[in-house]
Design a protein around this ligand. Structure first.
Ligand SMILES: [Zn+2]
Length: 429
């Protein structure tokens, strides 16, 4: 009895992180991301478990007893989703500076960055790469209500070949330093999948090709072989985990898709055959096309290696052109930014880049809601404001983010699971 009571008190203390009581939000306008319609004067009612029970005109809303709706100024839309983040990493720890960051410090970075991300309107993220299973700890702390942050799916350390993008190549041989996710050969890679699942990974991240922010490799060249990728995918899927493959290079993108991976990350040098394969296999493509601006303007100051800046100069524009071609061709695209390479909380800056490179605002918003939810396996839970979905709601100023996607950079209301995270109509981030 006493135990139940103290649990009740505890749940009250956690009120900022979990609803626990029914409630409602009054929105001056709602953007229905499925139809693209804007509806005026709407009320969203949610149950004690934080899921939506009804959405409709304010005048006919059936409010639960003693519930007064929270006022959300501007236009409401579903909480945003970023499918490519590194919440435990900071841009200022790029290059050699990163060697001085301990695993416990990385976990503490995650606490700060999870809060920033949530307050910027991103109520769900897929975190694809972290050291020491700091992402698993962060996810669990958020779920327990100990830390403020978005809903998370996490990968643990990314799998990669010796000397590849997901190894750590900064120190000379005598230090014998190898990144946690390194595994060479199909069976070693299978064992590594089992290991990261054992320690709490929700999905598998694998480095199929070289990368930009790694020393001594080339983004366009393959790293894992088709045979290794097939082994990883088979093992992961058998264990009920999806696979996200870092792949800039043309061949690696195709190898990854043929191996059956669920999303290609970066997708920079995808060719028409790769796009056709992605469509045929239903593979999601993720293009982190905003962070090019940050890397070229701020990367050197942040400690990125000169070779990384040179690689980005060659790759950035090609990636944006690939994004435009893939979208035009009808490939499935989910919103992912590589936050951590650039400052957390700036995730929404990518919407404007996506519109500049060929998407309509509604397409870009769908990439960060309906599409991202599907890739995460969370359709029906997040990414829309409909009965049964979590009451993950944001609001932005004005009558419609479809007129100007940059309003998404200045989110003024955030609710996660029926609990208000922030409500500041005057907020200009
Ligand atoms: Zn990344």
């Amino acid at each position: 009895m006493r135990k139940a009571f103290s649990a009740f008190i505890f749940s009250l203390l956690l009120a900022p992180f979990a609803a626990a009581v029914p409630g409602a939000v009054h929105c001056a306008h709602i953007l229905d991301v499925r139809s693209g319609e804007i509806r005026d004067d709407q009320i969203i009612v949610f149950a004690a478990d934080g899921t939506i029970s009804s959405v409709g005109p304010a005048k006919s809303a059936a409010l639960p007893p003693n519930v007064a709706p929270v006022e959300a100024a501007g236009t409401c839309l579903p909480g945003l989703i970023d499918v490519h983040t590194h919440l435990t990493g900071n841009p200022e720890d790029s290059g050699y500076a990163g060697l001085g960051v301990s695993v416990p410090r990385e976990a503490i970075n995650g606490v700060k960055n999870a809060r920033r991300t949530l307050h910027a309107g991103f109520t769900s993220v897929r975190n694809v790469g972290a050291s020491g299973f700091t992402d698993v700890a962060l996810r669990d702390a958020v779920n327990a209500g100990d830390v403020e942050g978005p809903r998370m799916l996490v990968s643990g350390p990314a799998l990669g070949i010796t000397g590849g993008h997901c190894d750590d190549n900064l120190l000379p041989f005598e230090y014998h330093h190898v990144a946690e996710g390194v595994a060479d050969g199909p069976w070693a890679a299978r064992a590594k999948v089992r290991e990261v699942v054992k320690y709490g990974a929700d999905l598998i991240k694998v480095c199929a090709s070289g990368g930009v922010l790694s020393k001594g490799d080339l983004p366009g060249t393959p790293q894992y072989t088709l045979e290794e990728l097939q082994a990883i995918v088979e093992e992961a899927h058998k264990l009920g985990r999806k696979v996200a493959a870092h792949a800039h290079g043309t061949q690696s993108i195709k190898d990854a898709i043929r191996a059956g991976i669920d999303s290609v990350e970066h997708s920079s040098l995808i060719d028409d055959e790769g796009i056709a394969l992605a469509k045929q296999h239903g593979t999601y493509l993720v293009f982190d096309i905003y962070n090019d601006d940050f890397i070229l303007q701020e990367g050197a100051k942040a400690g990125m290696l000169p070779e990384s800046i040179e690689k980005e100069k060659k790759l950035g524009r090609l990636q944006r052109e690939s994004f435009r071609r893939a979208f035009k061709a009808g490939a499935k695209i989910a919103f992912g930014t590589d936050a951590g390479v650039y400052p957390h909380g700036d995730n929404a800056k990518q919407f404007a880049t996506m519109v500049e490179w060929g998407m309509q605002p509604l397409d870009a918003i769908r990439a960060a809601t309906l599409n991202a939810a599907e890739l995460m396996g969370w359709s029906g839970k997040v990414g829309a404001l409909e009965p049964g979905y979590f009451a993950d709601i944001i609001a932005v100023e004005g009558k419609s983010p479809l007129a100007d996607v940059t309003v998404l950079q200045k989110v003024q209301f955030v609710m996660k699971g029926g609990a208000v995270v922030r409500n500041d109509p005057a907020a200009q981030k």
